[in-house]
Design a protein around this ligand. Structure first.
Ligand SMILES: NC(=O)c1ccc[n+]([C@@H]2O[C@H](COP(=O)([O-])OP(=O)(O)OC[C@H]3O[C@@H](n4cnc5c(N)ncnc54)[C@H](O)[C@@H]3O)[C@@H](O)[C@H]2O)c1
Length: 343
């Protein structure tokens, strides 16, 4: 078979399990890495490494992967990977990359560091060092960066629809390092770089979150162009949302239901006050949803990056910036809400 010889390290939910969620399948044609790798002609999926026997059996039996096991070196020797998909939680990723001499590109899951390990000592810094030494391109799976609608919004569509942002609100849950990171990354994609971060409330344990030790707190981000976004955590044991609400000087854009629904609300004459305007928040139109193939498109970008014909849409440096912002938010909470400059 032609295609880039590919090895997946870590074969749990995001690598495979999410494909089995029937509700998710209604919206996402490719809900897991496995779903893309089984379909994408640019990749020759040869191996899976996971210490868990059930995960190995899933790779072998569900997906027909030829080389599956728990011993990284043994599977690397069989696969000689050109592409590594690092889909285990942070910890040993730099070591895994160092053990694969034939790599052309890497796709890694966020976050890059375990909460509390710090930017300098965490896995992210080690991964950056080993990849920089070999000039290896790295993509981090912030999937919204590969979504067609969100790319169009970031490339000028947002300004066209709503003008300059005046007020920005966001909701996240299941942890600051987890979905908080997604939201920070998405905001940077749409609004540009963050110049300051500030905690707006106490730093609490994110109860029920998948990353041990992850935090929940409300916070504010100031963007270089001026707007301020305030974000607040929700308890996902009640209900889920990862959403944004952007009030521009010419309209309002809401991205809700965790990215599945994007609505545009027009600026019109004020219905209650003569001579004034309003946003018709009861008259939104829905923009076309394009999440179905966003993970597939991330792999398109991965293949092109490996061939040297494209730049990563979601590069390692950008993902490290998200985590630097998260550290600043936590530092602000520890300093009683002191504003943290990021420039
Ligand atoms: N981009 C996204 O939208 C998204 C969505 C879900 C999860 N994630 C991220 O993906 C990562 C994995 O999350 P998950 O929900 O799939 O977790 P999971 O617990 O379902 O699966 C992780 C798998 O990795 C294996 N593993 C652990 N250490 C390993 C090692 N050293 N080598 C090989 N395998 C190892 C485990 O046995 C397990 O099978 C996390 O960092 C998570 O934050 C990202």
């Amino acid at each position: 078979m032609s295609g880039l010889r590919t090895l997946v390290v870590g074969f749990g939910q995001v690598a495979s399990g999410l494909t089995r969620d029937a509700r998710m399948a209604q919206y996402f044609d490719y809900a897991s890495h496995a779903a893309v790798l089984a379909a994408h002609p640019a990749f020759d999926w040869q191996g899976v490494v996971d210490p868990n026997a059930a995960a190995q059996a899933d790779a072998r039996d569900t997906w027909g992967v030829p080389h599956c096991g728990g011993d990284l070196d043994e599977i690397i020797a069989k696969v000689r990977p050109e592409i590594a998909i690092l889909a285990a939680p942070p910890g040993d990723r730099a070591k895994a990359v160092a053990a694969m001499p034939d790599l052309k590109a890497v796709l890694v899951e966020k976050p890059l560091n375990s909460p509390g390990t710090g930017e300098r000592n965490g896995d992210g810094a080690a991964l950056r060092a080993v990849c920089a030494e070999r000039n290896l391109p790295v993509l981090v799976n912030y999937w919204r960066r590969a979504d067609r609608l969100f790319q169009a919004l970031a490339a000028g569509g947002l300004a066209e629809h709503v003008g300059s942002p005046q007020a920005v609100f966001g909701l996240y849950g299941n942890g600051l390092a987890n979905n908080g990171g997604h939201l920070i990354d998405f905001l940077r994609m749409l609004l540009g770089e963050v110049v300051a971060a500030q905690a707006l409330g106490p730093d609490e344990t994110a109860m029920g979150a998948p990353i041990t030790g992850d935090r929940h707190l409300p916070f504010a981000l100031t963007f270089a162009d001026g707007p301020v976004a305030t974000l607040q955590p929700l308890d996902f044991r009640r209900y889920r949302e990862v959403g944004l609400d952007i009030w521009g000087d010419g309209g309002r854009l809401s991205i809700v239901q965790e990215g599945l629904v994007t609505r545009l609300f027009p600026l019109t004459e004020n219905r209650g006050v003569t001579g004034e305007n309003e946003i018709a928040s009861d008259a939104g139109i829905e923009l076309e949803r394009t999440v179905a193939d966003s993970l597939y498109r991330m792999y398109d970008n991965l293949a092109k990056t490996a061939a040297g014909s494209a730049m990563p849409w979601s590069p390692l440096e950008s993902a490290l910036t998200n985590e630097r912002i998260i550290e600043a938010i936590l530092r602000s909470a520890a300093e009683d809400g002191a504003r943290q400059s990021l420039v």
